[in-house]
Design a protein around this ligand. Structure first.
Ligand SMILES: Nc1ncnc2c1ncn2[C@@H]1O[C@H](COP(=O)(O)OP(=O)(O)OP(=O)(O)O)[C@@H](O)[C@H]1O
Ligand SMILES: [Mg+2]
Length: 317
C-alpha cells in the first residue's frame, strides 16, 4: 500500500516532464527545448530545462556557457551517483531554471552500464528519483536528450511522462525516430505512463508539402499508426539559428532585438557597421509560439481525459 502511494506521488510529481528525443543529431531537440522553455517562462509558467547532452548546446542557446552557473554537468552527475535531489541553477531567465549538461556527463555512461548489469532496466528510473523532489517548483520540465547516446536517452525515457519528438523530413531524421519508437516501447516496461505527446517537423521549407506527406506517413508507421503530430512545423531559418547561438538569445528575444536595431540605411548613412540580427527571427518566434499553444493544449487534453480515472480511484479508497 505504502509502495503504491509512493509510486502515485512519483507519477504526480513527474506528470509534466517532457523528454525531447530523437536519436538523430541536429534535428532540433535543443532548439525546441530552449525555445519552448524560454517562451513558456516568459508567459509566466515556471520552467526547468534538464540538459543531458555532453555538448551542452542549451548553454549556447541560452547564453550561459562558461558563466558561474555552468558546472558542465557536475551537479547532475553527482545527483545520479548519490541519489540526492537535483539542484537547478536559478533564473537563466525570469522563471526559467536549468540543470546544466556538459563534459562531466561522460562519466555517467559507464556508471549506468554497471548499474544496468547489476540491477537491470529499473536503474533507468534514477533520473526521475532525483527530479521528483524538485519538480513541484515547476509547471513544465523539458529534458534535452543527446543524439546517439542510448543510455542517457533511456534515463530520460525512464523518468518522463511525455516524449516530444522533433524530426527533419529527410531519411536520417526519420530513421532516428524509428529507433526511438523501438526504445520507447522498451522504456514502457519500467515507465508505463510514458506517452508520445507529439512529433514536430523541424527546419522544413514551407513549400516542401510532398516531403511533409512522406515524413508524416513514416511517423505514423514508426508509432503504429496512432502518432500524434503537431500541425506546426519550425521553419528553416539558418541566419536566425546562427544569431541564436552567436548571441545566446532565443527566437522571441531575437525578434525583439531585431525590431529595436536601427534601419539598415541609417547605419549606412552614419557609417557604423554592426552584425545585423536577421528579421526572420520573427517568423521563427511565431512558429515556436504556435507550437507552444499546441503543446499546452495536448497536455491539457491528456490531463482532462485522465481526471475521471483519478476520481474513481479516489472514490474506491
Ligand atoms: N529554424 C532553424 N532553421 C535551420 N537551422 C536551425 C534552425 N534552428 C536551429 N537550427 C540549427 O540546426 C542545428 C541543429 O539544431 P539543434 O542543435 O537544436 O539540434 P539537436 O537535435 O539538438 O542536435 P544534437 O543532436 O547535436 O544535440 C544547429 O546548428 C542549430 O543552430
Ligand atoms: Mg542538442
Amino acid at each position: 500500500m505504502a509502495r503504491r502511494t509512493r509510486t502515485g506521488q512519483r507519477e504526480a510529481a513527474l506528470a509534466r516532464v517532457i523528454a525531447v528525443v530523437n536519436d538523430k543529431g541536429g534535428v532540433g531537440k535543443t532548439s525546441i527545448a530552449a525555445n519552448l522553455g524560454g517562451q513558456f517562462a516568459g508567459a509566466g509558467h515556471r520552467c526547468l530545462l534538464v540538459d543531458l547532452n555532453r555538448q551542452a548546446n542549451l548553454a549556447d542557446d541560452l547564453g550561459y556557457r562558461g558563466t558561474d552557473i555552468d558546472d558542465e554537468g557536475a551537479g547532475l552527475l553527482a545527483s545520479v551517483l548519490t541519489g540526492t535531489p537535483l539542484v537547478p541553477a536559478r533564473d537563466v531567465r525570469p522563471q526559467l531554471d536549468v540543470v546544466c549538461g556538459g563534459t562531466r556527463l561522460e562519466d555517467l555512461t559507464p556508471v549506468m552500464v554497471s548499474r544496468l548489469q547489476h540491477h537491470g532496466r529499473e536503474s533507468f528510473r534514477v533520473l526521475g528519483d532525483v527530479l521528483a523532489p524538485v519538480s513541484a517548483g515547476y509547471d513544465l520540465i523539458f529534458i534535452d536528450c543527446p543524439p546517439e547516446s542510448t543510455i542517457l536517452t533511456d534515463l530520460a525515457l525512464g523518468s518522463a511522462r511525455w516524449v516530444l519528438m522533433p524530426t527533419k523530413s529527410d531519411l536520417g531524421g526519420l530513421l532516428g525516430m524509428t529507433l526511438v519508437a523501438e526504445r520507447f516501447a522498451l522504456a514502457r516496461g519500467i515507465n508505463a505512463r510514458l506517452g508520445l505527446l507529439g512529433v514536430v517537423l523541424f527546419a522544413t521549407g514551407t513549400r516542401a508539402r510532398a516531403i511533409h506527406g512522406e515524413a508524416l506517413a513514416a511517423i505514423d508507421d514508426a508509432f503504429g499508426g496512432t502518432s500524434p503530430r503537431f500541425e506546426t512545423s519550425i521553419r528553416h531559418a539558418e541566419r536566425t539559428a546562427q544569431d541564436a547561438r552567436r548571441l545566446g538569445k532565443l527566437a522571441h528575444e531575437l525578434e525583439v532585438a531585431a525590431a529595436a536595431q536601427p534601419a539598415w540605411w541609417e547605419e549606412l548613412r552614419s557609417g557604423t557597421r554592426t552584425t545585423r540580427i536577421s528579421e526572420t527571427a520573427s517568423g521563427v518566434a511565431e512558429d515556436y509560439r504556435a507550437l507552444g499553444v499546441e503543446v499546452l493544449s495536448a497536455l491539457e487534453a491528456a490531463e482532462t481525459a485522465e481526471k475521471p480515472r483519478t476520481r474513481r480511484r479516489g472514490a474506491k479508497a
